[in-house]
Design a protein around this ligand. Sequence first.
Ligand SMILES: Cc1cc2nc3c(=O)[nH]c(=O)nc-3n(C[C@H](O)[C@H](O)[C@H](O)COP(=O)(O)O)c2cc1C
Length: 170
Amino acid sequence: MVTAGGHPASTTEDVKTLFAQMPTAVAVITVGKAEKRYGATVGSLNALSLDPPLLMFAMKRGSGLLERLAADTTIGINLLADSQQAIARRFATPGIDRFEDTHWCEEHALPRIDGTLAWLTARVRDLLPLGDHVLLTAAIVHGETQQRLPLIYWKRAFHKLGAVESSAAP
Ligand SMILES: Cc1cc2nc3c(=O)[nH]c(=O)nc-3n(C[C@H](O)[C@H](O)[C@H](O)COP(=O)(O)O)c2cc1C
């Protein structure tokens, strides 16, 4: 592992700087209905398998969301649109009511945030403790998308997508 300057990356800060080079989509994972509702921002959401349809994400050990997740827990996945950076920040902030000042409704007994790029529900399958995080896989139950652009997180800041070319990759 090397830093941009070519020196070995040995400190946690060096590793964070390396990870910050990796652009990610941004989602809010939600659980629970009514007063039990809960949600947190994740950048680790990724596609995993087509058959069966699985996705994955990782939560830091000790996270409040992780405490509410177990095998078979149904989760909502709110993939944020590029106008929703305030929501991304809010759902990453400890000690506040994250749903206050956020437009959302209850769907499939889960909090669904308005105006997202995609809304999915999924059932947690595996929880694999790895390092200081737990990697979770979840089976997709329901999914819908809207004609919006994604919010991107890169180098500790939010960005909008800029197309390099319009043709699809192979
Ligand atoms: C863009 C962005 C992406 C994030 N991705 C993750 C992630 O993938 N996993 C994680 O554990 N925390 C992630 N965080 C940090 C959590 O959102 C933050 O620690 C939050 O307070 C966790 O809430 P909780 O302790 O209630 O679960 C991310 C934060 C931001 C702003």
